[in-house]
Ligand binder design. Structure first.
Ligand SMILES: *[C@@H]1O[C@H](CO)[C@@H](O)[C@H](O)[C@H]1NC(C)=O
Ligand SMILES: *[C@@H]1O[C@H](CO)[C@@H](O)[C@H](O)[C@H]1NC(C)=O
Ligand SMILES: *[C@@H]1O[C@H](CO)[C@@H](O)[C@H](O)[C@H]1NC(C)=O
Ligand SMILES: *[C@@H]1O[C@H](CO)[C@@H](O)[C@H](O)[C@H]1NC(C)=O
Ligand SMILES: *[C@@H]1O[C@H](CO)[C@@H](O)[C@H](O)[C@H]1NC(C)=O
Ligand SMILES: *[C@@H]1O[C@H](CO)[C@@H](O)[C@H](O)[C@H]1NC(C)=O
Ligand SMILES: *[C@@H]1O[C@H](CO)[C@@H](O)[C@H](O)[C@H]1NC(C)=O
Ligand SMILES: *[C@@H]1O[C@H](CO)[C@@H](O)[C@H](O)[C@H]1NC(C)=O
Length: 603
């Protein structure tokens, strides 16, 4: 017998699901889910094969040993290193496991989204969801876990019937991964230890992302982050349906990435022995991301932002650590740039690429060669050129990037660069090169006007490091002119600002297709593991919704904060339940009482 427990809609502000699906209809019947609910799935070609998920009690698991090198250390066998990205089947297997973990172990009681006198659904006469059927409708394209933008269909359809049948269908395994994330967001924990329920049945969802590239960029060079910190951030990104994780892995201040062919780089360039990423760490991190449908994109920023190389290879770096007038030669101390006309640099980069790119290829289609904030004055101190003249430097820079990108392509990867290479250095870039914009919407428009694919991420909106104040100490003789010590991109960019940013605002309609998406940026001068979570979340979620759902609603209007705020507050609770220290965006009073904490309201 089907029992319908009705919820007065007015008291249910929790409407779940972040980012908002393209089409979403729900009712108000309560259904429960049990740990015994079976998840059944069949891939294209083997419909009918039932794969029932066994229960597990650890968090992230290996679905098979197929891609793992097992190393025997003494009498201890331990999983050593993933050598290949997961298959679609493995991704779905993990996603089902993870969905159960989320619903049963990482859930929350939604009291903050109901008035004080709210009563939870009765635990009597429960109707349980019987089965969750997962179906991939087509064969996955090759490289499902490491796609080029646009090659994987991430759409999914989710039906949850009033009678307790659930079906999730998608054209790819990644679509199923996204659908299962949505599925978990329909459920709440019951405070009586009574399990998990959804108050929203029946549910019908069809969902598809607006942008193909939806990412977080994390700088792990200004501060060191452990693998656990990075994995936690990837989890949060995946839970926001982001599909790219950009690892800005080296910079002027430290070189934490171990390069076996050039061990001195991290031996001398890391902040401290041990504050490095071993080849195993690096492989496993890439695997960890790809398992959740998140492609990790590695950036070695060059030729600027490379001073940490000088600690092991002083002969390669010009203008190293110039003091006290560093600001003439670089954007941040310590200054230093790869020499621009040096065969030693060419040889070094060849060794670096030969070592690193084959370790990227199993997990990604991209490699980011950086190229931001190259300071021309630094080349006055470069004995291979002795000049800051654009006319002299530009052809050398063209040669530099051509040689780098040829190697990236030869390794089977597609290059990404920062906008300056195209817009300030006027370089001719291959048509395959993706150009990442950060300085302005005008820059974004210029990139696509030149026919390049582009990533948005205007620092005025999507730099999450901004507004903390200076990290530079200002001498008393000039401190008055710097008072009150704002940083260059102040003020702090709150979630509403991040949410209001439309990556397409400056781009003509006929070039929209060239904007692959964008990234929120977490530069780490003032961020370390202690404040990482709250610096990114939930502002990163605001970015995620813009990138998944678009900056405009179905009527073409700017998305409403009034609609978004309660859902974002709820997403924040879900992130917290996952162990992510996301900040609150409003006090409970606002989310409990509905339409009270706002200015203006137009339904
Ligand atoms: C909760 O309180 C509100 C306002 O005081 C009232 O209108 C509503 O009927 C109450 N609901 C319940 C379930 O007691
Ligand atoms: C549960 O079912 C029993 C028997 O049909 C009925 O007496 C009781 O009122 C129901 N409880 C609720 C909360 O609906
Ligand atoms: C799958 O592909 C078909 C055909 O292109 C399309 O109509 C549908 O919207 C896609 N997504 C889902 C979830 O079926
Ligand atoms: C639920 O699914 C089962 C098995 O697939 C099927 O027999 C049953 O008719 C479905 N019920 C509804 C209400 O769709
Ligand atoms: C640059 O200047 C140094 C020192 O004067 C000199 O040794 C070097 O040959 C010069 N390099 C070029 C390319 O002119
Ligand atoms: C680059 O280096 C070569 C060989 O040392 C030198 O002949 C040439 O003048 C340099 N080019 C520039 C622009 O300094
Ligand atoms: C690129 O072109 C702009 C505009 O023509 C010019 O100002 C700039 O100096 C050029 N940059 C280089 C490195 O040649
Ligand atoms: C919509 O947002 C854009 C920024 O993306 C802003 O320029 C514009 O004024 C907003 N329009 C309205 C009607 O609020």
């Amino acid at each position: 017998m089907i029992i319908l427990l009705l919820f007065p809609l007015l008291t249910s502000l929790a409407l779940a699901i972040w980012p908002i699906p393209k089409e979403y209809k729900h009712g108000d019947t309560v259904l429960w889910i049990s740990k015994d609910t079976s998840f059944e799935w069949a891939g294209a070609g083997d419909v009918g094969t039932l794969k029932v998920q066994p229960s597990r009690n650890f968090d992230f698991r290996t679905t098979s040993n197929a891609h793992v090198t097992i190393q025997v250390e003494g009498n201890r066998r331990r999983v050593k290193r993933y050598s290949e990205a997961p298959t679609g089947d493995e991704m779905i297997d993990q996603a089902i496991y993870s969905a159960k973990q989320t619903i049963f172990k990482k859930n929350f009681v939604p009291w903050k989204f109901h008035p004080r006198n709210w009563t939870e659904p009765s635990t009597e006469n429960r109707t349980y969801i019987s089965t969750v059927t997962v179906q991939v409708l087509q064969d996955d394209p090759e490289g499902i876990a490491k796609p080029l933008a646009g090659t994987v269909d991430e759409s999914y359809a989710l039906e949850l019937s009033e009678g307790g049948n659930v079906s999730i269908t998608a054209n790819s395994s990644v679509g199923i991964v996204r659908g299962l994330v949505t599925f978990t967001q329909l459920f709440y924990k019951h405070s009586g230890g009574g399990g998990a329920y959804t108050p929203l049945a029946p549910v019908t969802i069809f969902d598809v992302p607006v942008f193909q590239h939806r990412g977080i960029n994390l700088d792990v060079a200004r501060n060191y982050f452990s693998i656990k910190d990075i994995e936690r951030t990837i989890d949060a990104a995946a839970y926001n349906k982001m599909n790219r994780f950009h690892l800005h892995v080296t910079d002027a201040q430290s070189w934490p990435l171990e390069i076996p062919a050039l061990p001195e780089l991290s031996a001398k360039g890391a902040y401290r022995p041990g504050l490095t990423y071993t080849p195993d760490d690096f492989a496993n991190l890439q695997y960890y991301a790809s398992m959740q449908g998140v492609e990790l994109i590695t950036e070695i920023d060059m030729p600027g932002h490379t001073s940490s190389i000088a600690l092991s290879h002083p002969e390669l770096i010009a203008a190293y650590n110039i003091q006290p007038d560093w600001d003439t030669y670089c954007a941040e101390p310590p200054c230093g740039t790869l020499k621009l006309n040096s065969t030693k640099v060419t040889d070094f980069l060849q060794q670096l690429f030969n070592d690193l790119l084959p370790r990227v290829l199993p997990f990604s289609s991209y490699f980011h060669t950086g190229g931001d904030e190259v300071n021309k004055n630094a080349y006055l101190k470069d004995d291979s050129v002795n000049s800051s003249e654009p006319a002299i430097l530009q052809p050398l820079m063209q040669k530099f990037i051509d040689s780098n990108h040829d190697q990236v392509r030869a390794a089977g990867l597609t290059p990404i660069v920062w906008e300056e290479m195209l817009l300030d250095w006027n370089l001719t870039l291959g048509a395959d090169v993706v150009v990442q914009s950060w300085q302005s919407d005008k820059a974004l428009a210029q990139i696509v006007a030149k026919g390049h694919k582009a990533l948005a991420g205007n620092y005025n909106y999507w730099y999450l490091d901004c507004g903390k104040g200076q990290w530079l100490n200002i001498d008393p003789s000039i401190s008055a002119s710097s008072y009150p010590y704002e940083d260059y991109c102040a003020p702090f960019h709150n979630w509403r600002l991040a949410y209001a940013y439309d990556p397409l605002a400056s781009v003509p309609n006929d070039a929209h297709h060239l904007v692959l998406g964008g990234e929120a940026h977490m530069w780490a001068e003032q961020t370390d593991p202690i404040n990482l979570d709250r610096m990114i979340w939930p502002r990163g979620s605001a970015v995620a919704e813009v990138l998944w759902s678009g900056a405009k609603d179905a009527q073409g209007r700017n998305r409403s904060q009034i609609d978004a705020a309660p859902r974002l507050s709820e997403m924040r609770e879900r992130l917290v339940a996952r162990g992510i220290g996301a900040e609150p965006i409003q006090m409970p009073y606002c989310t409990m009482e509905g339409m009270v904490c706002q200015l203006g309201y137009q339904p």
